[in-house]
Ligand binder design. Structure first.
Ligand code: SME
Length: 157
């Protein structure tokens, strides 16, 4: 596949339904993790025009920046720190409607207003997170959580 087939007029749920199988077919034949994470970040950004979309991988007691699309970001985040470290610590998706109201939010960019972080598991433990930032308030909801969690279940780290 060389281009994504995306209907930009579709509602969010239909867009995810259209996009997920395309992403899965993009990564299923490739064993290199960096290549797959890079293409997932690119595909999600192409479909939804996210401000920032990328991955942090667990390395010891920190998360380390992985493949992403968007402005430069902080490279390391401690366990339990920020939205990413909280999703790691709690092993669950965190949806933040207004980053200014999330205690300890790490502002890689002052333009980011809302955020979703989805953990990715390997052998039962969080091994990475998918982090997406928006320049608008309340961009993410349970629909994003549901489909992004489904996507993350298919990511082999
Ligand atoms: N806002 C995140 C930090 C990562 S950037 O958004 C890319 C956080 O609070 O963990």
């Amino acid at each position: 596949m060389e281009t994504l087939n995306i209907n930009n007029n579709a509602r969010k749920e239909d867009k995810y339904k259209e996009l997920l199988p395309q992403i899965l077919s993009l990564i299923e034949g490739e064993s290199d993790v960096v290549a797959n994470l890079a293409n997932i970040a690119a595909a999600l950004t192409e479909a939804f025009c996210f401000f920032w979309c990328g991955f942090y991988k667990v390395s010891g007691k920190e998360l380390v920046l992985g493949p992403f699309q968007g402005p430069i970001a902080c490279t390391r985040i401690g366990y339990g720190k920020g939205v990413c470290g909280t999703a790691w610590k709690e092993s669950k998706t965190v949806v933040v409607e207004d980053v200014d109201k999330f205690p300890g939010h790490i502002a890689c960019s002052a333009l980011s207003r809302s955020e979703i972080v989805v953990p990715i598991f390997k052998d039962g433990a969080v091994a990475a997170v998918l982090d997406i930032d928006s320049k608008e308030l309340s961009t993410f909801d349970l629909t994003d959580a549901r489909y992004l969690e489904e996507l993350c279940r298919h990511i082999k780290l």
